[in-house]
Write a protein that binds this ligand. Structure first.
Ligand SMILES: [Zn+2]
Length: 129
């Protein structure tokens, strides 16, 4: 459990300095490095989650603006030009035997590269959401 020699060459996960003698499962040279490391991991996680929220928000704005128009079928390529990301949605499933996607409370279908049936669904009325 305890390292015998300095030649074991364990290094701090944060600063890379050689670890002092101690427990073999030690990962950091000091409390400051341990805190910095965990804060960085948490910050990266928060940043990633924020990026996903931003993408979903953009998708929502695009879908919401299109749903207010008289357009019935919109080529996916047009949506992608507006910044829409098909690979981000809040849920998906089958509706009327078609693949249906949700972006929060907006539902849409994608068939052969065309987005159709963009509609706002009142929360709680479908899919038990
Ligand atoms: Zn360190």
């Amino acid at each position: 459990m305890y390292r015998q020699k300095e030649t074991d060459d364990q290094h701090c996960l944060e600063c890379g300095d050689k670890l002092p003698y101690g427990r073999s499962d030690r990962k950091f040279c000091c409390g400051t490095c341990k805190n910095r490391y965990h804060n960085r991991i948490m910050r990266q996680s928060r940043n990633y989650k924020q990026k996903v929220k931003d993408i979903l928000e953009r998708n929502y704005m695009i879908l919401d603006s299109l749903r207010r128009t008289t357009l019935k079928n919109i080529p996916l390529s047009d949506l992608e030009r507006m910044g829409f990301r098909l690979d981000f949605f809040t849920s998906c499933g089958l509706s009327s035997k078609r693949e249906s996607y949700m972006c929060y409370d907006i539902r849409y279908h994608v068939t052969d590269g065309v987005v159709t049936s963009i509609a706002r669904i009142s929360i709680g009325s479908e899919d038990g959401v």
